[in-house]
Write a protein that binds this ligand. Structure first.
Ligand SMILES: *[C@@H]1O[C@H](CO)[C@@H](O)[C@H](O)[C@H]1NC(C)=O
Length: 393
């Protein structure tokens, strides 16, 4: 739903220097170093599937198989080291800055390992990204880097059973790599603006991603032209993500953009068109009723499906009924009406009309009601009985 699609982005290649020095990061996974570094607690695995299968020789991970793996008593710790010069190691934290133009080299212990990279790198395969699996570790190399390469790089050790391999999300090692670009403070986007839905009760991210962690970033409204207050509670800023509006309200809607400044440079991001969507609290709870539930051949039948819910929340209805297979036509009447005094709630209803019931209309009628939060189905059965014989005079 969110228009965060970066596909087709034509990132500018800023190549001002020859690539003499390479920065090597080692994303390692090793028990020996357990005392030196502690894992970051509460790290959630990224649900997105990296599609690097074509460039790696590693087997495709199988994530759906509910295979049980033997959990070691004390899970090994993860750590990151940065190779500054040949043989000179330095530990890195959650993020690192690499000069644009330099080569990024990430090393991750495991056999095999899988990688995920910023989305546009996965989509625009311009030959700068190379992934090689060695016997005991995987290496990701990115050459001719630009500010556009800024983002999260993750290595997943894999667990294999026979030929089935799956990522070990809990052992993923991540590093956020900034490529400070002297000309581009924001990670470039090909779109002049992005449309973002503001959903009730759902945090919204304005993904203005800076290429340098030193840039000072502010949020602005186009009309009226004001700087938006960022208090850290209602709206917060994270240098690896952008701005988050934690509990969107209708007044947040409109055209917003970010401004980054660093040194003498001051730049505006892509514009974000924020559209407020009245988002329901829960999936609908439909109630179905057939009248009559036992119908004589030739009589009319009505099956109603109704939902009482929040006002201005659209509910869609879908029907399944016995006559469907033989192409019996479906007639429905849909209506919305306020409920109660203050009208804070409304009833949405769909009525399925069966004219002149036949034997084929006997069976189960299912109504599925859907809103933006989900769908729920309810069923009822209808019996068709023979026509009452007219009394002989
Ligand atoms: C990297 O840049 C150099 C110099 O411009 C160029 O010769 C080389 O082909 C580039 N490599 C890739 C993989 O794009």
């Amino acid at each position: 739903m969110l228009m965060l699609n970066l596909s087709g982005s034509k990132r500018r290649l800023v190549l001002s220097t020859l690539l003499i020095c390479a920065v090597i990061l080692e994303l390692a996974y090793c028990q020996k170093e357990a005392e030196e570094q502690r894992t970051t607690p509460g790290r959630k695995p990224k649900p997105s599937k990296p599609k690097l299968g074509k460039s790696t020789k590693s087997p495709r991970a199988v994530t759906t198989k509910p295979k049980v793996k033997a959990t070691p008593a004390a899970p090994p710790q993860t750590f990151l080291t940065q190779v500054l010069n040949r043989g000179k190691f330095k530990k890195v934290g959650e993020s690192v800055s690499v000069q644009t133009g330099d080569t990024l080299e990430l090393r991750c212990r495991g056999s095999p390992v899988q990688w995920s990279v910023p989305p546009y790198l996965e989509e625009d395969d311009d030959g700068r990204l190379r992934i090689v699996q060695h016997e005991r570790y995987g290496v990701l190399t990115l050459v001719n880097t630009t500010g556009a390469d800024t983002g999260e790089y993750t290595c997943y050790p894999t667990y294999c059973e026979d030929t089935d391999c799956r990522k070990e999300y809990d052992k993923a090692v991540k590093v956020f790599v900034f490529f400070p670009d002297p000309q581009e403070l924001f990670v470039p986007s090909s779109d002049y603006y992005e449309v973002i839905q503001l959903r009730t009760n759902w945090p919204t991210v304005l993904p203005c991603q800076v290429t340098s962690p030193e840039a000072k970033v502010t949020l602005h409204r186009e009309f009226p032209p004001v700087e938006v207050a960022v208090d850290g509670t209602e709206i917060s800023f994270n240098v690896k993500k952008g701005f988050t509006i934690h509990r969107p309200r209708p007044y947040h809607a409109g055209a917003l953009y970010c401004v980054a400044s660093l040194g003498n440079l001051r730049q505006s991001s892509t514009k974000y068109m924020l559209i407020y969507v009245n988002y329901p609290m829960a999936p609908p709870a439909p109630v179905i009723q057939a009248s009559p539930s036992s119908v004589a051949v030739g009589e009319n039948l009505r099956v109603s499906c109704s939902v009482v819910g929040e006002q201005d929340v659209v509910v869609e209805f879908n029907w399944e009924y016995p006559g469907q297979q033989i192409g019996r036509p479906l007639y429905t009447q849909e209506s919305v009406s306020p409920v109660g005094e203050g009208a804070a709630r409304q009833q949405s209803q769909s009525v399925l009309l069966v004219d002149e019931a036949r034997d084929v209309d006997q069976g189960t009628y299912t109504c599925t009601a859907q809103n933006l939060q989900g769908a729920k189905s309810v069923s009822t059965t209808v019996k068709v009985v023979p026509k009452a014989k007219p009394k002989k005079p």
